[in-house]
Structures are given as structure tokens and as C-alpha cells.
Design a protein around this ligand. Structure first.
Ligand SMILES: Cc1cc2nc3c(=O)[nH]c(=O)nc-3n(C[C@H](O)[C@H](O)[C@H](O)COP(=O)(O)OP(=O)(O)OC[C@H]3O[C@@H](n4cnc5c(N)ncnc54)[C@H](O)[C@@H]3O)c2cc1C
Length: 412
């Protein structure tokens, strides 16, 4: 069996490393080498939860096991009148490491272990079809790039037509860690969110500030400007926004020290949440299967996309190990449907949180602010999408979740 994997993000790399470990022949096609990945601007600010870290451990990736990279706490606040705040502890810490370092290291590891890496870029369906002749199956893990047109949006699973948030962020010095250290998220109703996780990057420990702006809302001016030529203005605008809208975060900022780590450490963009069709017939009996963002793109609000990409990569590797072929339309359809069972809670939960919050979300946040047991149970669910979706999908289920959190730990 030979699998061609297009794209060396977390989805493609976890799949390639897993197949290598299982003794399945895989070729990784990448448009960037490790140096290009390290030298570019940040494409995201990913926090990896414990399930993803355990998969890394299974792959023998031990580089970030040390507690120096841990983020064990999540602080959340709803800003403004009637606001609230709480913090919850993850049962096992998450890790926030600059993905430029992370992906470059994984790509080097795959090659060092003898994995085949082809530097090239199949740019469209025609070029994909040309590659298909060399493999039993092509897996497209090319993120939100041009190849996604191959798969087409699945309207039944994609409620959004435009991006619900505009994004801008950077790596900053001059922010004290939260107490206890970890991730923070400040929700400003009607405006968006400001995330500020502790983050490990090229220069050591820094803090990400990621602003998610509701389009045309109060944050949009800061997020919408093109600051590439003026990082200092970007820094000033971000500080002003924090000062005005996120007082708890402002308390941690030393204005004299507050500065972008490096001019390159800035990101701007938007994600149109979408579920695409999971596979595509390339012709002559050849198929391409999509994973990761190439299949499903979510707004980063719930910090799930990379964690999901990793989970799907492992699931797909198991499917490939268990199946002797052919890797035809029926195989792709069945595998994609099984992977949808994994992905769906992430999609539903993220779409719920990105919209106008329903009453049960307010009930849950208020309960978390009033009871540490509920806060911990809610935060633990960041690494359990199915449980999270169950807890937030309906008021009666939210009430059940709260009651259970309150009883289990108090031994009632
Ligand atoms: C601001 C921000 C914050 C985020 N925070 C989190 C978080 O905290 N937790 C979380 O889990 N997720 C988070 N995400 C989402 C996460 O970044 C993505 O879901 C995840 O990185 C997707 O991984 P992927 O491997 O599927 O795709 P990508 O990371 O996009 O990788 C695709 C790769 O394929 C390459 N490529 C593209 N086209 C071709 C081609 N034709 N040929 C060869 N190679 C090609 C690309 O260059 C890229 O290297 C965040 C996203 C953003 C924008």
C-alpha cells in the first residue's frame, strides 16, 4: 500500500508519522521545508490539549514533554456590566508552542526516520490526479489553501457563508503571566474575544494576544487595518483595545515593556467555518480524501482545529491499517462518515459558541463562576468535545452537567 499525503501541517505530519510507525508506505508532499516554516509569520496560535500530547508521545515526539511548556489553567471572563470571571484547571496540562517550531521539528523528524518527503506543490485537481497514479490513495491535508476547492462545501453541515470573526494577533513581551499561569480568554459581548495564552516561541516564553472581532463591531478597526508596515501602531492599537475592553488583562500589562516580540510575529486573517465534502474522485478509479482544515475549518474560538486534525490523522491511520484495499469511493465514503462522528461535536460546539450565545451558555458560565467544581468540569471538556457538546447543546443537558459536576466532587 502507498499513501500520498499533501500538506505538512499537523494533520499531514501526524498522519505521516503514524503511518511510518505502522509500517505503511507514505510520501509527504510539502510546499515548505523546515527553514521556510520557521522563518515565516505565524499562521495560528495553537494550544494542544492532553489527548494530542499523548498522540505525540505515542509517535515518540518528546521534545515538548517538559512542564516548562505546560498550560494547566484556563481563565475566562465575560467583560462589561454583569460580567463574571472564573478559572478552571485542566486535569492534564495543555501545551502552547509556536507552530513554526513544532511543525518544522516534526517534518525533520519524519525525514530523519526515513520518511519520503517531496518538496512540491500539486496546485489543482489536475496535478492531484497526476500524482494519484503513484499511490493507492491521496490524502489532502493542505489546510485552507487552493486545493480545498477540490472538495466543495457541504451546505448541510456548513451554516456559515462568511467569517463570523476577523482575527489579528501577535506574540508580545510585557505581559505578566496570569495567576496561576495558563491561557486566558476575555469575552466582550457584541465586540468579540481577546485571548492571551502563555506561549513558547523562538525567544522563550511570550504571551499571545489574539483579537477576534465581530465584523463591523468595536474591535474591527484594530483587526481590519493592515499593520504589516507599522508593527508599533499595531502594538499601540492592541494596548488601547485591552485598556478599554479587558481590564483584567490590562492589569497584567506593563505598558513600557509591551511590544511585539519581532515584527514578523503578527497575524491577520479570518476563517470561514466550513465542512467540505470528505472525498473526491480524481478519475481512473483514483480518490482523494480530505483531513484537517482541508476538510473542516473552524473558527479558533474553541481552540480545536489542530487538536481535531491530529485526532483525525490517527483515526485515518487506523482505518488504513485495518483495510487491505481497494481505496475506492466506498472506502472513502465510509471512512469519512466515521471521521465525521469524531469531528461533529467540535463543529457543533464551535458554531454554537461563535453565534449569539444561547441561554444555556450563560447558565453554564454563571455556574462556573459560582462553583469551582463546575469551572473545572467545564474546562476539562476543552479536551473532550463530545462531552462539551452534550453539556452545552440544550438547557436540560446543561443543568444535568452542572448538577453532576456539583455532586461528583462533593461526594453527594
Ligand atoms: C489564530 C488561530 C489560532 C488557532 N488556535 C488554535 C488552538 O489553540 N488549538 C487548535 O487546536 N487549533 C487552533 N487553530 C486552528 C489550527 O491552526 C488549524 O486547525 C490547524 O493548524 C490545521 O492543520 P492542518 O494540518 O489541517 O492544516 P495547515 O496547518 O493549514 O497545514 C497545511 C499545510 O499544507 C501546505 N499546503 C497547502 N497547499 C499545498 C499544496 N498544494 N501542496 C503541498 N502543500 C500544501 C501548507 O503550506 C501547510 O503547510 C487556530 C487557528 C488560527 C488561525
Amino acid at each position: 500500500m502507498s499513501i500520498g499525503i499533501v500538506g505538512a501541517g499537523i494533520s499531514g505530519l501526524h498522519l505521516a508519522l503514524r503511518l511510518q510507525q505502522l509500517g505503511i508506505d507514505a510520501t509527504l508532499y510539502t510546499d515548505q521545508g523546515p527553514d521556510g516554516i520557521r522563518g515565516g509569520p505565524p499562521l495560528n496560535f495553537v494550544t494542544r490539549f492532553d489527548s494530542t500530547r499523548r498522540r505525540e508521545e505515542a509517535l515518540g515526539i518528546t521534545r515538548w514533554l517538559s512542564s516548562a511548556y505546560d498550560n494547566a489553567w484556563m481563565h475566562m471572563s465575560v467583560e462589561g456590566p454583569g460580567g463574571l470571571s472564573f478559572r478552571g484547571r485542566l486535569p492534564q496540562p495543555a501545551s502552547s508552542v509556536d507552530f513554526r517550531m513544532y511543525l518544522a521539528t516534526l517534518l525533520e523528524t519524519y525525514a530523519e526516520r526515513g520518511g519520503e518527503v517531496v518538496h512540491g506543490r500539486p496546485a489543482d485537481r489536475k496535478q492531484l490526479a497526476a500524482l494519484a497514479g503513484s499511490h493507492d490513495l491521496l490524502v489532502v491535508a493542505a489546510g485552507r489553501g487552493a486545493l480545498t476547492d477540490t472538495f466543495g462545501r457541504d451546505p448541510a453541515r456548513s451554516p456559515h457563508l462568511t467569517a463570523p470573526r476577523h482575527l489579528a494577533g501577535g506574540l508580545f513581551h510585557g505581559i505578566r503571566p496570569a495567576d496561576p499561569p495558563g491561557m486566558t480568554m476575555h469575552m466582550v459581548p457584541g465586540a468579540g474575544e481577546i485571548h492571551a495564552p502563555a506561549y513558547h516561541s523562538f525567544m522563550g516564553q511570550v504571551t499571545v494576544v489574539l483579537v477576534e472581532a465581530v465584523p463591523a463591531g468595536p474591535f474591527d478597526a484594530v483587526v481590519g487595518g493592515d499593520h504589516r508596515d507599522d508593527p508599533e501602531r499595531f502594538t499601540r492599537d492592541v494596548l488601547e483595545l485591552i485598556t478599554r475592553h479587558a481590564p483584567l488583562l490590562r492589569e497584567r500589562v506593563d505598558a513600557r515593556e509591551f511590544t511585539l516580540a519581532r515584527p514578523v510575529d503578527m497575524l491577520r486573517g479570518a476563517v470561514v467555518p466550513v465542512v467540505r465534502h470528505g472525498w473526491y474522485e480524481l478519475g481512473r478509479g483514483a480518490f482523494a480524501l480530505a483531513v484537517g482544515d482541508a476538510w473542516i475549518a473552524n473558527d479558533p474560538l474553541t481552540a480545536q482545529g489542530a487538536n481535531l486534525g491530529s485526532a483525525l490523522a490517527f483515526q485515518l491511520a487506523d482505518e488504513l491499517r485495518a483495510h487491505q484495499g481497494p481505496y475506492d469511493g466506498e472506502f472513502c465514503r465510509a471512512v469519512s462518515e466515521r471521521m465525521w462522528t469524531t469531528a461533529r461535536p467540535v463543529v457543533d460546539w464551535t458554531n454554537l459558541f461563535i453565534g449569539e450565545p444561547p441561554p444555556q451558555v450563560a447558565t453554564l458560565l454563571a455556574a462556573a463562576a459560582g462553583d469551582q467544581r463546575v469551572a473545572d468540569a467545564f474546562i476539562a471538556n476543552l479536551d473532550r468535545p463530545e462531552a462539551m457538546w452534550r453539556a452545552v447543546s440544550r438547557m436540560d443537558l446543561t443543568e444535568e452537567f452542572i448538577a453532576q459536576a456539583q455532586s461528583v466532587r462533593s461526594g453527594v
